[in-house]
Design a binder for this molecule. Structure first.
Ligand SMILES: *Cc1c(COP(=O)(O)O)cnc(C)c1O
Length: 351
């Protein structure tokens, strides 16, 4: 939908004068730098960290743009995906007035961020087979609906939602449509990045925490129209990505081949684990997955969960979540880890 980002923005932000850091005012790399009150002698570590990092992560965005086929002006980088989620609330949602639409069961952080920011949540459940209900979503919308969060492949169900439903919502939802693609690397379906240029209200989130194996570095990526990215840049903390993260990720991005190998391995192990789990008589259902985890339905999930913990196997109990009765969410591990899980299940479910 052709929405006007500026008119969606909270009124007090339209006039905002953002903080200008020393590195905003002068961004050259040569010179005697006496502008940022840094320590000129070096760091208390073997590697030097005494200079403030690039506030806009220019080098990093150039490399990510190449890999993702986007333009650097369409990229925002945050301290995990959670930072982009929080900034979206702060940019567009007036507390006590506006609302966002969530589609449970889904990632918990959208609701937590809404609560922190004092913003109403309108829940429109997925169908029991975890697909969108586009017409119901649109009937939950009012003049104060600012953001629709959808997650595909979805957590905790693991499935990708129908692309035509997402495209329909992009055409018809009168606010920002966030598509969280944290698990896109494990899916056969195409990313929504392919339609980014056509939809100024689309924001696609991806992360380096899963397939890239960099969860500890905290780097979340958001892709959107340059206009929307400018808004996030204006309200973010100036140095939100540390220099250590920027440097480490820049070198990790050279290892795309390694990531493709990880993805192949995880897909093979997912197939192995699903097949083995489906053979076990006390497992009622293994949901098909487009992600790096399986949602698995048991007759006595709480008991199985507790007994697995005693065997030092930790999974996620999702059995109290909508449409997930009986279900544990199990991350795909190495072959050794899957065998340990299967052996532990044999033990705890026989007894
Ligand atoms: C894991 C996950 C993320 C990634 O979060 P980071 O903060 O980038 O580590 C985002 N969305 C969903 C749905 C996830 O499951």
């Amino acid at each position: 939908m052709r929405i006007d980002i500026a008119s969606l923005l909270r009124p007090h932000l339209r006039q905002l004068q953002p903080y200008t850091s020393a590195r905003d005012e002068y961004s050259g790399s040569e010179g005697v730098f006496l502008d940022a009150n840094e320590n000129p002698f070096g760091s208390s570590t073997s590697q030097d960290f005494n200079r403030y990092p690039d506030p806009y992560q220019t080098a990093l965005k150039q490399e990510i743009a190449k890999i993702k086929g986007a333009n650097p002006a369409q990229i925002f980088l945050g301290n995990g995906s959670d930072e982009a989620i929080d900034l979206l609330f702060r940019a567009f949602c007036n507390p006590g007035q506006d609302n966002v639409i969530l589609l449970p069961p889904t990632y918990g952080m959208y609701g937590v961020s809404a609560a922190i920011n004092g913003v109403e949540v309108r829940n429109v459940p997925l169908t029991p087979d975890f697909q969108l209900q586009p017409e119901k979503i649109l009937s939950a919308v009012n003049a104060h609906s600012k953001i629709l969060f959808l997650c595909s492949p979805n957590n905790p169900s693991g499935n990708a939602v129908k692309r035509e439903d997402i495209l329909f919502l992009l055409e018809n939802f009168p606010g920002i449509v966030v598509v969280d693609e944290a698990y896109i690397d494990f899916s056969e379906g195409a990313s929504l990045l392919t339609v980014l240029d056509q939809h100024p209200n689309l924001l696609v989130m991806q992360t380096l925490s899963k397939a890239w194996g960099l969860a500890s570095l905290r780097l979340g990526m958001a892709f959107a129209s340059p206009e929307l990215i400018r808004v996030l840049n204006q309200i973010k903390p100036p140095y939100n990505i540390s220099g250590l993260t920027q440097e480490t990720v820049l070198s990790a991005l050279q290892n795309k081949g390694k990531v493709d190998e990880f993805i192949q391995l995880i897909l093979e192990e997912r197939k192995f684990l699903q097949k083995e789990l489906e053979r076990l008589p006390y497992i009622l259902r293994v949901h098909n997955s487009d992600a790096n985890f399986l949602l698995v339905q048991f007759e006595h999930p709480n008991q199985v969960y507790e007994d697995l913990v005693k065997e030092k196997i930790i999974v996620r109990n999702r059995s109290s979540v909508l449409h997930c009765a009986g279900c544990l969410r199990i991350t795909v591990g190495t072959r050794e880890e899957s065998i340990a899980l299967l052996q532990a299940l044999e033990k705890v479910c026989q007894s």
